[in-house]
Design a protein around this ligand. Structure first.
Ligand SMILES: [Zn+2]
Length: 579
């Protein structure tokens, strides 16, 4: 049983899926001209170079070269395996996956996905919560209603070592998946046991509301076990990329700003008080990935910290990470709570008005930066002012170069230090900046590529051009161009698979069957997407241009025949081609 997923099915699937919709369901895309853009999820950058072309069903990044079709996207961004990605896409467009078996196509049922398993586990915890008076009492004592517990899918992992194991791990396959998701562990003797025991359970869901992991808080604090415990990282769950509460906060769109807190209980307690634009990092400091995601959604982020020394330090680390993200129209603020408090404890002990006070006193980014630096120097002396400039410059350098944000910060620094603005600007320009990753596209015009490469670029842009090339075509095969074989293989591929209409499907085929050409297809594919090429298209008739290239290739071949290096070759080939 089984067999391969049929190729024609995959072509059909890639054609049917809307890549823009798919990617937009993970992060927002912005339309510019024919394409959609965003800052790249695969590398860190300040200005968007990640582009999705709806016509070609292909995405590509001019910064890091990341590219591919819908299947590649799910595999690279959402960490699906190939078969899972195909099934996921098929279910989105309502197609049944076709498997090849001999000549007959058969369809098999979807394997129980990891998402289904995690949903099943979440349901089990929720059911346990309803049956556990001590867990219910605990939540009530924290001021949480049944309604909010339901909204966030809270549950309870009972005491005992094998609850999940016996409820959700009856088959070997289920056990393997539980182990992969980190919900059970194996001890030295080889016996399995539950990871979460006697804990309030917080399901962690992705941007589409699917459970991908869990966080658990001990019901009774003890010194032997950590108070908070998260699922380990899995291929569905990367701590540095996820934000607890993201899915729920986004239900309240449009959002003006988001508040970032440190714990899941903070998110739930704030929601209980009607404050629903809150997300939490999962035991990590805020990452580039978080910031990219946050700024895609809202223009303003407020970070909330305990007002104690540790909180101030954490806030400063966040400030340092935020610097490169501060584009025009984006705002960052810092909310400091009274020392020793997190939002959960503040709300429960002091009430909502105290929280609102703290929010009203949100410290703007620039104030926090300059206030903190001024505390480190003696501003009553010239030396102190010079030192302030020295401390501030490397920070301001990291702001987007030439942005109004940077200009205003320089102005502010000039005011504080009485150093001339122009001097400060020049100093910033002189600081050495780490070189950004170079664009992977050579800066060549189309004419600078060989004729064969030009033909490939056209073909990748529009596969239907293959109609102008006869195949098989041994004449062209005789050309001394290193890419001619690839060109003819592409022609064959397109002619044999009429469903290939986009670069997305071609790149899939090359991935599968002609890996030796992967790099060159990627390079030329990028050129076919690039602005140099697309601008060029406005000025020409693509069909005529392509036909002309083919004509010139034929002429090149004929020239070869006229001036051969070996007489024998000449005779043979003449015979073969009817000369
Ligand atoms: Zn990139």
């Amino acid at each position: 049983m089984g067999g391969h997923i049929s190729r024609s099915f995959i072509h059909e699937l890639i054609n049917r899926v809307d890549l823009v919709d798919l990617i937009d369901s993970y992060f927002s895309l912005r339309k510019t001209g024919q394409n959609y853009i965003a800052t790249c999820p695969f590398h860190h950058e300040k200005t968007p170079s990640f582009t999705v072309n709806p016509e070609k069903q292909f995405y590509y990044c001019f910064g890091c070269g990341a590219q591919g079709n819908a299947i590649n996207f799910l595999m690279n961004y959402a960490h699906f395996e190939f078969v899972e990605a195909v099934h996921e896409l098929a279910s989105q467009v309502g197609m049944e996956v076709q498997y090849e078996q001999g000549n007959a196509s058969v369809s098999i049922t979807l394997p129980t996905s990891l998402y289904d398993l995690l949903t099943q586990v979440a349901k089990y915890y929720q059911q346990q919560l309803r049956q556990s008076p001590i867990a219910i009492t605990y939540l009530k004592k924290r001021g949480l209603t049944g309604e909010i517990a339901r909204d966030f899918g809270l549950g309870y992992a009972p005491t005992g070592w094998n609850n999940i194991l016996t409820t959700c791990g009856s088959t070997l396959e289920a056990k393997t998946r539980l182990l992969e998701m980190g919900l059970i562990k194996k001890n030295a003797k080889g016996d399995y046991y539950d990871l979460f025991r006697n804990r309030i359970m917080f399901p962690i869901v992705d941007g589409r509301g699917r459970v991908i992991a869990f966080g658990g808080r001990l019901l009774q604090d003890n010194s032997k076990e950590p108070k908070y415990l998260n699922s380990p990282e899995t291929r569905l769950f990367q701590k540095g990329g996820e934000l607890y509460g993201w899915y729920w906060a986004r239900q309240n769109r449009p959002l003006q700003h988001l508040v970032v807190v440190e714990g899941y209980l903070d998110v739930v307690t704030l929601a209980q008080y009607g404050i629903k634009n809150v997300v939490a990092t999962l035991g990590t400091a805020v990452t580039h990935e978080h910031l990219t995601r946050l700024f895609r959604t809202v223009p303003e982020i407020r970070f909330c910290f305990d007002g104690d020394l540790a909180g101030q330090k954490a806030a400063w680390r966040t400030l340092e990470r935020v610097l490169p993200f501060l584009q025009e129209g984006q705002q960052v603020g810092f909310i400091f709570l009274p020392p020793g408090h997190d939002p959960d404890s503040l709300l429960r002990q002091e009430g909502i008005s105290k929280w609102n006070d703290c929010v009203e006193k949100t410290l703007p980014f620039s104030n926090f930066l300059f206030d903190t630096l001024q505390q480190q120097v003696d501003m009553s002396h010239l030396d102190g002012k010079a030192r302030l400039a020295k401390l501030a410059k490397p920070l301001l350098k990291q702001l987007p170069t030439g942005s109004y944000y940077q200009l205003l910060m320089i102005k502010e620094l000039s005011k504080l230090t009485q150093i001339d603005e122009t001097r400060l600007t020049n100093d910033l320009n002189d600081l050495i900046e780490p070189q950004p990753i170079n664009s992977s596209i050579p800066n060549k015009t189309l004419r600078e590529y060989s004729l064969v490469d030009q033909a490939i670029i056209y073909l990748l842009h529009n596969p239907t051009l293959s109609q102008y090339v006869t195949y098989p075509n041994e004449k062209l095969l005789g050309l001394p161009d290193e890419h001619i074989k690839l060109f003819l293989q592409l022609i064959e591929l397109i002619k044999l698979n009429p469903k290939i209409k986009t670069l997305g499907t071609i790149s899939y085929e090359v991935d599968q069957h002609a890996t030796e050409y992967k790099n060159i297809i990627n390079q030329l594919g990028l050129v076919s997407q690039g602005s140099l090429f697309t601008n060029h298209l406005h000025m020409i008739d693509m069909d005529e241009e392509f036909k002309d290239i083919i004509k010139r290739l034929n002429e090149e071949y004929n020239k070869q025949i006229v001036f051969p290096t070996k007489n024998e070759t000449q005779t043979d080939e003449k015979k073969e081609h009817g000369y």
